[in-house]
Write a protein that binds this ligand. Structure first.
Ligand SMILES: [Zn+2]
Ligand SMILES: [Zn+2]
Length: 258
């Protein structure tokens, strides 16, 4: 399995994952052109994509999904609730390319995908546990206000974790957001802080885990150095040696193979 975070943050989110036979995007929150460019950067192309999995209907996750589906004839996998809430942003989707998800499904005889519900302030939000035929697992949740047991269960024994590290608590409290937005971000239906992400990584650490990506890092209430420090400190304190990388808004991460 190979993975690249094509970009992550409030300006757009998209992740590329491939196995031997299946190639997918999780979210398509950039323009079609930008996603083409980011894929070119890792020497891949939209022509080869077998499906777009949507986590929820916020614009930073679905902006390009409808256009890409129409232009490249790619199926969209989405919950009925997210589709209903995001239908006007997605535009007309060929009924054959609209796949409503409920439980586990398989893409191209190759990737076993399990959606799971997470807490966030969309109509409905899911994370995904994605397993290859050889049993490698990638777990992803980029917009999540609170880690509950369903989330823990689905991140169990993952080889790669992609988890949100949205804000630093003090920076959020001191930034110029209006109070209700601050409350929204830090609430259980908002986003995950650096400290919460660090604790979750420590909790989920297992000998399979090869890499963690920190995603959806806020530009207003966080900065990369604080993210690195917070994660490094938690790992050091628990004597955990683990490779981690910060996903960026403007550039794709290099393909990583597990
Ligand atoms: Zn969101
Ligand atoms: Zn988002």
């Amino acid at each position: 399995m190979k993975i690249s975070i094509l970009g992550s943050g409030s300006g757009g989110n998209s992740t590329y994952i491939e196995s031997e036979k299946g190639k997918i995007l999780v979210d398509a929150g950039f323009s079609c052109k930008k996603i083409e460019e980011r894929l070119n950067f890792i020497e891949r192309e939209l022509n080869d994509i077998n499906g777009i999995l949507i986590t929820h209907e916020h614009i930073d996750h679905i902006q390009g999904a409808g256009i890409i589906s129409r232009k490249y004839n790619i199926p969209i996998y989405i919950t009925p609730e997210s589709f209903k809430a995001g239908e006007s942003k997605l535009g007309k989707i060929n009924p054959e390319n609209l796949r409503f998800i409920k439980d586990k499904f398989i893409i191209n005889d190759s990737l076993l995908v399990k959606p799971f519900d997470v807490m966030h302030d969309a109509q409905r939000t899911v994370g995904y546990r994605i397993e290859s035929q050889s049993g490698k697992v990638i777990a992803i949740s980029t917009d999540i206000g609170y880690v509950n047991n369903i989330v823990r269960e689905n991140f169990k024994a993952a080889d790669v974790m992609i988890i949100e590290s949205n804000y630093d608590y003090n920076m959020l409290m001191n930034c110029n957001y209006p109070w209700d937005l601050k409350a929204r971000v830090k609430g259980r239906n908002g986003h995950l802080s650096n400290n919460e992400a660090a604790k979750f990584i420590k909790e989920m650490y297992n000998e399979n885990l090869k890499k963690v990506y920190l995603a959806h890092i806020s530009k207003d209430s966080n900065n990369p150095d604080i993210v690195k420090d917070t994660i490094a400190q938690e790992l050091r304190a628990n004597k955990i040696n683990l490779d981690y990388e910060l996903a960026k808004q403007d550039v794709a991460t290099k393909l990583f193979e597990i």
